[in-house]
Ligand binder design. Structure first.
Ligand code: IPE
Ligand code: IPE
Ligand code: MG
Length: 246
């Protein structure tokens, strides 16, 4: 399906400085639903449109990597019904959307723990989506699912030990090589919706020098225009990486 909502790119965006990698903490689904007198799960459902529209926006700008936080290692603390809904919803989302994303040249990958807590049916859909789209080159959609930034670092440390790396060989490079997707550049920009000013364990290692943009918009209301606005804000920033202005 072609872009269902072709939208011009705002003229205020400088197309020479589009972030290569954007991360999004998709937050506020529950509040969106509660404000409408709906069940929290309805908010998750409404987030699908936001995700697809944001992906089209990223495609239109030529963003190479979009990482979205879909389920955290802490989200298992939620009521079992909501967790079950989220598992089924994410499986269904892949079923419904993988072909459309594939047609756009999107490579779908996942970051997170594929442990026993994730139902088999979800894991097999994840494998299927990865295999279907593995040769796509236009954009990588990295879905952080059962993802925690601390868990990712713990998993990297475990691999260092398994690989018998001696203490004097441990450096940032050897750790980075053992993250879930070392081939991806660090995110230039991380956006969080719903007016919360925290990272909630997203991309801890990779976010060290990311620009952060926070918006009050609740995730189900988020559209590509909000992505464009976040990128405009990003483009006003002065990235110094600990140095001084050149
Ligand atoms: C984000 O929305 C979705 C997930 C964390 C899975 P929330 O469900 O956290 O919504 P709020 O923050 O309660 O409004
Ligand atoms: C972060 O949102 C996780 C995802 C968006 C998947 P949360 O709603 O879980 O974060 P907290 O609990 O407000 O920190
Ligand atoms: Mg939340």
């Amino acid at each position: 399906m072609p872009d269902p909502r072709p939208t011009p790119i705002p003229v205020n965006l400088d197309l020479r400085f589009i972030p290569r990698h954007v991360g999004v903490v998709m937050d506020g689904n529950g509040r969106w639903a509660t404000r409408r007198g709906l069940a929290r799960t309805e908010g998750h459902g409404a987030g699908e449109e936001a995700l697809v529209d944001t992906a089209y926006g990223a495609l239109n700008l030529g963003i190479k990597t979009l990482t979205v936080y879909a389920f955290s290692t802490e989200n298992w603390r939620r009521p079992v019904d909501e967790v079950r809904f989220l598992m089924n919803f994410n499986r269904g989302l892949l079923e419904r959307r993988q072909h459309e994303l594939h047609a756009e040249g999107v490579r779908i990958i996942f970051s997170g723990r594929r442990d026993w807590r994730v139902p088999k049916g979800v894991l097999s859909r994840m494998d299927e989506a990865e295999q279907l789209t593995e040769n796509n080159k236009v954009m990588t959609l990295n879905i952080a699912f059962n993802y925690g930034g601390r868990a990712e670092i713990v998993d990297a440390v475990k691999r260092l030990v398994q690989d018998h790396v001696s203490a004097n060989k441990i450096d940032e490079k050897s750790i980075r090589e053992r993250l879930y997707h070392p081939e991806l550049p660090d995110p230039d920009l991380v956006v969080r919706t719903s007016g919360e000013f925290r990272t909630s364990n997203f991309l801890l290692w990779e976010m060290a020098y990311s620009e952060l943009v926070f918006t009050e918009v609740l995730w189900p209301d988020f559209r590509r225009e909000d992505l464009y606005a976040a990128i405009f804000e990003y483009q006003q920033r002065d990235r110094r990486y600990g140095g001084v202005d050149s």
